[in-house]
Design a protein around this ligand. Structure first.
Ligand code: 5GP
Length: 222
């Protein structure tokens, strides 16, 4: 067989990418920039029991459901992971995520740190990226500029940062958001590198007959 990697029938599965970081760090803007520039990357639309904020669209920003419906989805096992954040339920629908990955699309999940840890359990090969602000003052200033939270909600979100940082050890990459462009390109580069990871690509190339069956490991004594 003389097949090539650009044969249309050879699909390299997409990379599941978790992006977490403190509220107000700019994850939303970075992700929007990334998917606008790179059509092969898609974003998982989470389900939430939180009511929509002005301007948010159902099935675009979130799938908005009531708490009872959310709990039914947990029971049915249709969520890959879920967590309670600021008193509301948030979760990642499993079916569209798996469909996109199988079709070779990289999928970004913008989820909290508890969700990141659950994804790692279900998908040991997932790529976990944590976005950091250039400074603490910068984070507070961004939250204020965004103006979507009340003073009390803002205080809660800032207080939570130290707890979120204790989850850093579960993450593979850190991206500091000095500029949206730079952070988006760094994430794109990370995804490209993950696609080339031997553990990801080798099984696909073997299955397609591009690589021969595994020869004996010459470094091991027989
Ligand atoms: P917000 O209400 O500001 O849109 O989101 C609040 C928090 O919920 C953010 O930290 C966001 O990353 C997290 N979040 C959004 N969707 C999901 C999800 O599907 N699963 C988990 N675990 N967290 C999520």
């Amino acid at each position: 067989m003389n097949r090539k990697i650009d044969d249309d029938s050879i699909i390299v599965p997409g990379i599941p990418v978790v992006i977490s970081g403190p509220s107000g760090v700019g994850k939303g803007t970075i992700i929007a920039t990334l998917v606008e520039r790179h059509q092969e990357i898609s974003v998982s639309v989470s389900m939430t029991s939180r009511p929509p904020r002005p301007g948010e669209r159902d099935h675009v920003d979130y799938i908005f459901v009531d708490r009872r419906t959310f709990l039914r989805h947990i029971e049915e096992g249709s969520l890959l992971e879920w967590a309670e954040v600021y008193g509301q339920l948030y979760g990642t629908p499993k079916a569209p995520l798996l469909r996109n990955l199988e079709a070779g699309r990289d999928v970004i999940m913008a989820i909290d740190v508890q969700g990141g840890v659950s994804v790692r359990k279900n998908f040991p090969s997932a790529c976990l990226i944590f976005v950091l602000p250039p400074s603490r003052d910068d984070l507070e200033a961004r939250l204020r500029r965004r103006g979507t939270e009340s003073e009390e909600e803002m205080r809660q979100r800032l207080e939570k940062v130290d707890w979120e940082l204790t989850f850093l050890r579960h993450y593979d990459y850190l991206v500091v958001n000095r500029s949206v462009d730079r952070a988006a390109e760094q994430i794109r580069t990370i995804i490209q590198a993950e696609r080339c990871r031997r553990q990801h690509l080798e099984p696909v190339l073997r299955k397609a007959g591009i690589l021969p069956e595994l020869p004996p490991d010459p470094t091991r004594d027989s």
